[in-house]
Write a protein that binds this ligand. Structure first.
Ligand code: BMA
Length: 319
């Protein structure tokens, strides 16, 4: 497919919900600075968002909001769902940017989130069956690490974690393996930044990987540095279904980026930061939930058939 044809597909892929932003500090039942970067998953036929909420000290905690249609009538929990334990070194400065997957084998949800530890940001794991009680299993890998999510099943007996450590100042996406969700090894780079592209400065996993017939669909954020600051946009890649450490396709262009006023202006301007994705079975469409300019939550919708057509039109990766 010609580049221009593929870019037509990319540009038309997502439609922003006309009621955006769906969650802001004005909706909140208690005083907060901002709400953004939510994990999203379907639970009991509803969409559950586990939102990052920044309090008036500048520290983040996580609070649940639920909606039947994933767009309207959000019911926000009256109190924080997961508060950082400020007395620990691990959670000293807050909990940020969660992702959630359902682990079928364990019949549990796994939440990976960033703990702002004394030594820098680390990825922590919490397990829950009901979103009422949470077992906090602690940090997974050393700092500085962010943007992590488990794949929902084992591969040759091992769990796979996608994450984004900073190594030598470089911010690529990595994949690590573990037999028990505790001991991690076989670390390897999955997706690199691309010099001169929109994702040249940093990349990081966006929402949880999405199971499609062609493989694991990955949405990731890419950062470009400009004279006016940084721009956070979203692109797509595809991983092999059985060997998810193998990237099979990668888009050249972004599919979502700051354009609307609520994405361009906020606590951090020009940020679209996807952290949750839900495939709605009724319409076979993908709802992606994202932080807009680091202070509100918005949603964009794509038809799964178009998403699959687009990713299969993207260049193959052979390395
Ligand atoms: C990243 C993370 C996100 C944030 C984004 C844009 O490094 O810290 O939480 O949304 O920057 O500011």
């Amino acid at each position: 497919m010609k580049t221009i044809e593929r870019q037509k597909l990319a540009a038309a892929l997502f439609r922003r919900y006309e009621g955006n932003p769906i969650l802001t500090n004005r909706h909140w039942p208690y005083p907060i600075n901002s709400v953004f970067n939510p994990a999203a998953i379907r639970v009991d036929g509803e969409v559950l968002l586990l939102n990052r909420v920044e309090d008036l000290r500048g520290f983040s905690h996580l609070t649940i909001a639920r909606s039947k249609d994933g767009l309207t009538d959000w019911r926000i929990d009256p109190e924080p769902t997961m508060m950082p334990d400020h007395t620990t070194k691990e959670e000293k400065w807050g909990l940020e940017d969660p992702r959630i997957v359902w682990l079928e084998e364990q019949k549990q949800f796994a939440i990976t989130y960033v703990s702002f530890s004394e030594g820098g940001p680390i990825v922590s794991l919490a397990i829950t069956r009901n979103f009422k009680t949470f077992a906090r299993l602690g940090g997974m890998l050393p700092p500085e690490d962010k943007d992590a999510c488990l794949l929902p099943r084992r591969f040759n007996g091992r769990f796979a974690l996608i994450h984004r450590p900073i190594v030598r100042g470089e911010a690529h996406i990595w994949l690590s393996l573990s037999p028990d969700l505790k001991h991690w090894g076989d670390h390897r780079v999955l997706l690199r930044t691309r010099h001169a592209y929109w994702d040249g400065v940093r990349v990081g996993l966006a929402c949880q990987p999405i199971d499609i017939p062609e493989g694991w669909l990955i949405l990731y954020h890419g950062v470009r540095g400009t004279a006016a600051g940084q721009i956070y946009r979203i692109g797509m890649a595809l991983l092999d279904k059985n060997d998810p450490w193998r990237v099979t396709r990668r888009g050249e262009e972004w599919v979502l980026g700051p354009r609307e006023i609520y994405e361009r202006i906020g606590d951090v301007s020009d940020v679209t930061f996807v952290t949750g994705g839900v495939v709605m079975p009724e319409t076979n469409s993908l709802y992606v939930y994202y932080g807009a300019a680091d202070d509100k939550v918005a949603v964009a919708i794509a038809e799964m058939d178009k998403v699959r057509e687009y990713i299969m039109a993207c260049p193959e990766v052979f390395d």
